[in-house]
Write a protein that binds this ligand. Sequence first.
Ligand SMILES: [Zn+2]
Length: 315
Amino acid sequence: MYVPMKLILEDAHKNNYAVVAANAINFELIRGIINAAISENSPIIINIGPGQLAKHGDAEIFASIVKSFACRTHIPIAFNYDHGKDMVGITEVFRAGFSSIMIDASAYSLEENIARTKEVVRLCHPHNVTVEAELGQVGVAETGDGARADLYTNPDEASYFVEQTGIDALAVAVGTAHGKYPAGLEPKLDFDRLTVLKERLQMPLVLHGGSSSGDDNIRKAVACGINKLNVWTDSAVACRDALSRALRENSEIDFIQLMGIMEDAVRENITHYIHLVGSSGKADNFYKAPADVFAAPEGGLHELKQSLRQGQLME
Ligand SMILES: [Zn+2]
């Protein structure tokens, strides 16, 4: 089912787990990610950013692909615009039917960030579209931004920011960064800060730069209150490595086979992250029917649910 991201994140917030937000730039990646979620009976968020959309996609076509997949399965699926920067791009994806929009005005002053974020909330909330915003700066791994404590989210500012804007989820800067970390470097996360942010805000928190930030770091970040984990770089690396391995083994390999190998690679990577964030089985939390309907020994919705869960998309 196609849902506002808020619905997914509120359940994660209430039940102390996180959901993977996986970037996808083509049909095979979307399908691989959704099939990973179906196999794990987990909610999932598909992400795409402005640059990815401009180079590889189209807001309306991608939204209809994600919605069509979502309508074929019982698991909750949201489609989020990652790091929206301006109202032109944001209005385009809003019209196309994305179920969530992130406005990233984190590079501006606090007041300017608030003003820009509020504009997006005003557009989205009357239509039940979720809004995520960022405070502090997650930055770029290669340049070492993740280690710059001066860019981390300040809890006092965060309370004020959330109160002023009315956003649904906040991306926090606590030590991770976007992209690939230099070889051998595992980021050091400020878990104390994260714990304080969760206690103060009592709302869904988002960790960007999840790729390769270390399995223990991710488990602990989820335990301290992260409810959405963004993953892109690791999916891209997994796809590239799988394709390069296949081509090394057989340079005449059929192109269609390569596409299948790419899809399997992203599916495997996202399954790994679903395990880490603890969202396996959590799709069950979203059924509205009374529990005794599903508990019935035979027939009715129970059987339908089982057959949906066993089924795979597009097979
Ligand atoms: Zn990000």
